[in-house]
Design a protein around this ligand. Structure first.
Ligand code: DP6
Length: 361
């Protein structure tokens, strides 16, 4: 796979009437974390994630006739309201992919999106938002330019484009478990796009993720800024090595249904991510006291009860509690009676292993 496989052409004649496409695309939770990037949005280490099911973005992209070609023009609507801040990021992204979609300046664009998860729940929305937009762009390319791709080529192109919007978004294009970043442990893996993992033991298709909301506020340091702080980080080299090893071992565990090693690696990755934040040149901390209390309780409860539970963290304070379907009753009880008992927010979002994006129009 090379960059040039994905580059298209201008429209041969002006658009006569509006054309719309719609996709819903889920968020994902990383088990091996992408942290640090280089070049045109290339990861410094491989990452591995599970695509979620219920937390998704629904996007409708419309191309409208336009008199003269020029700069990308986007009319952006988020949850029924014109949103300037988010619209600006989307416009910048679209401007950056005119080499892939040269027709973007020949039409007027309208993008209408909404999320199924609460806007202010502290859940990363860039993965679902940019994967939905990338899928819409690829579908419009087919509609407007007659670009015919088979299912695999289409998903690959969408993953490539999604990556340019937000790195983690390239993994959301695929169902189940996906890897982004070149690693010897997985044939066909690439820095340019994610690839789906095919060898998954059935126990992992029953994975669940309950997101325990500790704080809903926007975080003090964005992911993009966090990635920047990996440049020249004193532990950068060791981190890249560790992520490679964790990816290889996690792929083995996922193939063999090895829950014990899964738990060990996933927690190691979550704590490493936050340790890297704290030990960067301008150190910062996104965990809250409540985050630490909950993750300590999860580790204790695992020892006390023998439940196959573990945690992971995004670049934020909320705790993702991972467990398996067959223990859902015991884990629910643990969440209600223990983990969230004295938590002021007392909000959770229950999600699970997902089947990937869906074209809805
Ligand atoms: C901690 O994909 O949000 O969630 O590429 O700058 O948009 P940008 O960053 P983003 O970073 C995600 C970081 C992470 C780990 C992960 O999802 O792999």
């Amino acid at each position: 796979m090379t960059n040039s496989d994905f580059y298209g052409s201008e429209l041969s004649s002006a658009l006569a009437e509006p054309v719309s496409v719609s996709w819903q695309s889920p968020s994902n939770i990383a088990f091996v974390k992408y942290w640090g990037k280089t070049g045109r949005q290339l990861p410094v280490n491989p990452s591995l994630s599970m695509t979620l099911s219920k937390a998704y973005t629904e996007s409708k992209l419309t191309a409208l006739p336009r008199e003269n070609k020029g700069e990308v023009e986007l009319d952006f609507w988020f949850e029924g309201i014109q949103n300037a801040a988010f619209g600006e990021r989307m416009t910048k992204f679209l401007q950056s992919v005119t080499d892939i979609f040269p027709w973007l300046g020949q039409v007027n664009l309208k993008l209408e999106t909404h999320n199924t998860f609460p806007h202010s729940a502290g859940i990363a929305s860039s993965a679902s938002a940019f994967s939905a937009l990338a899928l819409c762009l690829c579908s419009l390319d087919t509609e407007l330019n007659g670009i015919m791709l088979d299912e695999t080529e289409f998903r690959n192109k969408a993953s490539y484009v999604a990556r340019l919007g937000s790195g983690s978004a390239c993994r959301s294009v695929f169902p189940g478990i996906a890897v982004w970043g070149k690693t010897k442990a997985l044939a066909g893996s690439s820095d340019l796009l994610a690839v789906p993992v095919s060898e998954i033991h059935p126990v992992f298709a029953a994975l669940r993720d309950s997101i325990l909301i500790v704080n809903k506020k926007e975080k003090a340091v964005s992911s993009s800024e966090g990635h920047n702080r990996m440049i020249g980080h004193p532990f950068a080299e060791a981190r890249v090595k560790q992520a490679g090893k964790n990816t290889a071992e996690l792929l083995e565990a996922i193939k063999n249904g090895d829950k014990k090693n899964f738990i060990r690696i996933v927690e190691n990755e979550a704590l490493t991510l936050h340790a890297l934040m704290m030990t960067s040149d301008e150190g910062f901390m996104l965990m809250h006291p409540e985050t630490v209390r909950i993750i300590s309780r999860i580790q204790e409860a695992r020892k006390e009860t023998g439940l196959d539970i573990c945690f992971t963290l995004d670049a934020g304070p909320n705790v993702h509690l991972l467990f398996f379907e067959d223990q859902i009753e015991q884990v629910n009880k643990l969440i209600v009676e223990d983990l969230l008992k004295n938590n002021e927010q007392n909000v959770r979002i229950d999600d699970f292993y997902g089947t990937g994006p869906l074209k809805i129009g």
